[in-house]
Design a protein around this ligand. Structure first.
Ligand SMILES: NC(=O)c1ccc[n+]([C@@H]2O[C@H](COP(=O)([O-])OP(=O)(O)OC[C@H]3O[C@@H](n4cnc5c(N)ncnc54)[C@H](O)[C@@H]3O)[C@@H](O)[C@H]2O)c1
Ligand SMILES: [Zn+2]
Length: 377
């Protein structure tokens, strides 16, 4: 390897700032960032650190993270807790394992939790940090595209209840987010593509230029080109950070980040959680939202085609599975929390590429027609 190249490469991570007053924090993005200990160390508070990770990610990156935390830093002691892997473990029992370890390790208020893994670990560790001793510092090291472009940014943390996803949680911001794009090299292709559904979303709801860039560079992203990945992650984080800093607690604008998610949620519920990845359901849901926007006459057909084309490149699904019926959509969507005054509020595209609305004010027939077009019965 050419040392001077790696030096210049590793010297300057791209930084995106999340602007939330005194809770503002940086997101560092780049290749090889886990080999730059100072990036992490400057955000560690106190002398005790607990790394929260899972059985899949620990063998891949735990040593590296412990090394980054401790190298030339002998007064920090690092413990870790390795949780079982999977959305089904994003629950109270597993959360308790984090508290068990934290208490056994005598962590105090000035300690730091580090989340190392995908969105499940990030959400759970963030919630643990928000509630342990009424709130201690935490750092996110997201290792999936989904976590790097979406879940690690914005401070939503939490766990599932058996009656619904993410029902128990807190808004809680980390000290920093460190995104080492090299971690994506071990990510299964299906997980990689799933994260791109959220990347595409940012383009559609608010960043036409970014969508155009994706149309030209999706093959590079699928091939895990580090520069393309770093750019896509940066631009996604910038978009999310901007939305979050304008509407942290989701009183309006932040809801637009849920493009395709109401349809997608119905798909996830309909097929059973864990069958389809979140991004896969969002991809099919996005196609449905775009279809409905077109039926309402709010966008022209070129956008419909472009969305279909870009999703084909990612190999993400563009329609729900046959097992999900119209009735299933209707019943899941009806209990979704976006129903106000009997009107289901949806994020729909409106106007030129990069524009959307969050509204319950649309011709109901368009929704029925979309559901009929995508469902057998
Ligand atoms: N907080 C938010 O704003 C927000 C936003 C979107 C999603 N989420 C949550 O995020 C979760 C989904 O996140 P996800 O898609 O990252 O799923 P995940 O955390 O389950 O990770 C997917 C799989 O990839 C594995 N993995 C992680 N990093 C890896 C790597 N570098 N190499 C190989 N394997 C790796 C994981 O162990 C897991 O098996 C859901 O629980 C969802 O609710 C939260
Ligand atoms: Zn999502």
């Amino acid at each position: 390897m050419n040392p001077s190249l790696s030096e210049t490469h590793s010297a300057v991570p791209t930084t995106v700032n999340v602007d939330l007053g005194d809770r503002s924090y940086p997101i560092y993005i780049g290749s090889g960032l886990l080999d730059q200990p100072h990036l992490l160390q400057r955000h560690v508070h106190g002398r005790r650190v607990l790394v929260v990770t899972n059985t899949t990610v620990a063998p891949l990156y735990l040593d590296k993270v412990v090394h980054a935390l401790t190298t030339e830093n002998s007064n920090v002691s690092v413990e870790s807790v390795i949780l079982p892997d999977g959305e089904q473990y994003k629950d109270m029992d597993t959360l308790m394992k984090v508290f068990d370890k934290a208490i056994e390790s005598r962590l105090d208020r000035r300690s730091t939790f580090v989340a190392l893994g995908g969105g499940v670990i990030g959400d759970m560790c963030g919630f643990a940090a928000a509630s342990f001793l009424r709130g201690i510092n935490f750092i996110q090291i997201p290792t999936t595209v989904m976590a790097q472009v979406d879940s690690s940014v914005g401070g939503k943390t939490g766990i599932n209840h058996r009656l619904g996803k993410n029902l128990i949680g807190a808004f809680y911001q980390p000290q920093c987010v460190l995104i080492d794009t090299d971690t994506l090299n071990t990510l299964p292709e299906r997980e990689l593509a799933s994260g791109f559904a959220e990347v595409i979303k940012y383009g559609l709801i608010r960043d036409a230029e970014f969508f155009e860039w994706q149309e030209k560079n999706m093959h590079a992203l699928m091939a895990r080109d580090p520069n393309a990945l770093a750019y896509a992650i940066k631009r996604s984080c910038e978009n999310k950070a901007e939305v979050v800093s304008l509407d942290e607690k989701e009183s309006g604008l932040r809801a637009t980040l849920n493009l395709g998610h109401t349809f997608g949620h119905a798909i996830e519920t309909g097929v059973g959680y864990g069958q389809w990845l979140h991004g896969e359901a969002v991809a099919a849901g996005t196609v449905m939202a775009v279809d409905m926007s077109y039926r309402l006459g709010w966008i022209d057909d070129s956008i419909v085609k472009r969305v279909g084309d870009i999703l084909k490149q990612t190999k993400l699904p563009t329609s729900p599975p046959e097992t999900v019926t119209m009735d299933m959509f209707k019943s899941v969507m009806a209990v979704d929390k976006k129903v106000a005054d009997g009107l289901l509020r949806l994020i729909l595209l409106k106007g030129p590429l990069g524009n959307c609305v969050f509204t319950g004010d649309y011709d109901r027939k368009a929704l029925d027609d979309t559901l009929r077009a995508f469902c057998k019965s």
